[in-house]
Design a protein around this ligand. Structure first.
Ligand code: GRF
Length: 206
């Protein structure tokens, strides 16, 4: 499976995919990484693994790239890489409907909450404050509505009395590192199918 990954930050999920690719645990080829931040540690991880990386953060005049400019460059890059699957792994910009509709492969996102609960930011703090017993992470199809596309897989854990937003985030990230490769394996095997109502695309290896 040819995979493209969009990142903005630390890239620990990207690292899990790199390790799975290098160790042969997943039948994937990470064909490229796009970062909207040049200082993201994910960029270093991709470079160290010898993966093509496009940093799309600033215009030639040094200003922060607008989302339209970002999307124009990202679309061209994705068209060149021809991925079978696009993964948003800690990608922190909201993408436009036209970009989402026109990407060349299914696009999935990793969200740190049990969707449809807790869309958006600060999910760990909000779940604790609401007195939830469970929290976790979801992998869903990206659609124009934020964090609202078809949920493919989830993993959950108990919220402990002593949990803070930070401790919960740490534990949920450990779950993410299990859920992401597991989900990709299921997609690669054809054991998960994408809802035809939401996307006309399907995951099939070149
Ligand atoms: C993850 O917690 C993910 O749920 C959220 O951003 C974080 C990315 O972590 N969308 P990393 O960059 O993969 O380390």
């Amino acid at each position: 499976l040819r995979i493209a990954v969009l990142v903005s930050g630390n890239g620990s999920n990207l690292q899990v995919l790199i390790d799975a690719m290098q160790g042969g645990a997943l039948p994937i080829d990470i064909v490229g990484v796009i970062s909207n931040r040049e200082d993201a540690y994910a960029v270093t991880r991709a470079q160290q693994a010898g993966i093509p990386i496009a940093v799309l953060s600033h215009t030639e005049s040094g200003k922060r790239m607008g989302i339209k400019t970002f999307e124009t460059h990202a679309s061209a890059q994705l068209a060149a890489w021809q991925p079978d699957l696009i993964i948003l792994a800690g990608f922190m910009r909201v993408l436009s409907a036209s970009f989402i509709d026109n990407v060349p492969a299914p696009m999935i996102n990793l969200h740190p909450a049990l969707l449809p609960a807790y869309k958006g930011l600060d999910t760990h703090q909000r779940a604790i404050q609401a007195g939830e017993r469970y929290h976790g992470c979801s992998i869903h199809v990206v659609t124009a509505e934020l964090d609202a596309g078809q949920v493919l897989t989830q993993a959950l854990l108990n919220i402990n009395i002593k949990d803070t937003a930070e401790s919960l985030q740490t534990r949920v990230q450990q779950l993410e590192h299990q859920l992401l490769p597991w989900t990709i394996l299921l997609l690669a095997k054809g054991a998960l199918s994408l809802d035809a109502d939401e996307t006309s695309k399907s995951v099939s290896a070149h």
